[in-house]
Design a protein around this ligand. Structure first.
Ligand code: ZN
Length: 170
């Protein structure tokens, strides 16, 4: 109805979004750690939701690239609705925002910063989970990790952080 012919030929823009998240480890809990949808034999993270720090980081990168704010704006951590919520739900919401704006994901690069667990052995399954939720090919997802060289909270294995950078075409 209001299709602007000029828009059809408009060149798409490349946009980038950065995401960062960190959660402390709960050594008193008997629950398992959850990273990008994978349960791991390691104490879990302290969080209002299920604490999937990987998915939170991706969400923020998507909201950044779309310039629509951050995860706290959509999912306030004081809101009871998100208590122990599966973070897959947040990532699906972010994916819907991508669709609404007719954007296309070009690349997702993630960096885990932690002493444990060993991310390299989990990366392939993480990519599979992310590719299913975001409906993108595994080949455009990169997952890497670094330790914090024993420095600070992360270095003492008391916290896990993840940073993500996403590239989209809009
Ligand atoms: Zn988080």
């Amino acid at each position: 109805s209001d299709i602007n012919l000029f828009n059809l030929f408009e060149k798409k823009q490349t946009r980038y979004g950065i995401g960062y998240d960190i959660h402390k480890i709960d050594f008193k809990s008997k629950n398992k750690l959850k990273l990008c949808g994978i349960y791991i034999n390691h104490p879990p993270l302290i969080a209002h939701s299920d604490g999937d720090v990987g998915y939170h980081s991706i969400c923020d990168s998507i909201f950044g690239a779309l310039t629509i704010g951050d995860i706290g704006k959509f999912f306030n951590n004081k809101d009871k609705r998100w208590k122990n919520k599966n973070s897959k739900f947040f990532l699906e919401f972010a994916r819907e925002k991508i669709s609404e704006k007719n954007a296309k994901i070009i690349n997702l690069d993630m960096n885990f910063i932690c002493e444990k667990p060993k991310i390299s052995t989990l990366a392939n399954r993480m990519k599979l989970n992310i590719s299913k939720i975001l409906k993108i090919d595994k080949s455009i997802i990169n997952i890497k990790a670094t330790t914090n060289e024993k420095v600070g909270l992360i270095g003492k294995n008391e916290a896990i952080a993840v940073e993500s950078i996403i590239t989209i075409e809009l």
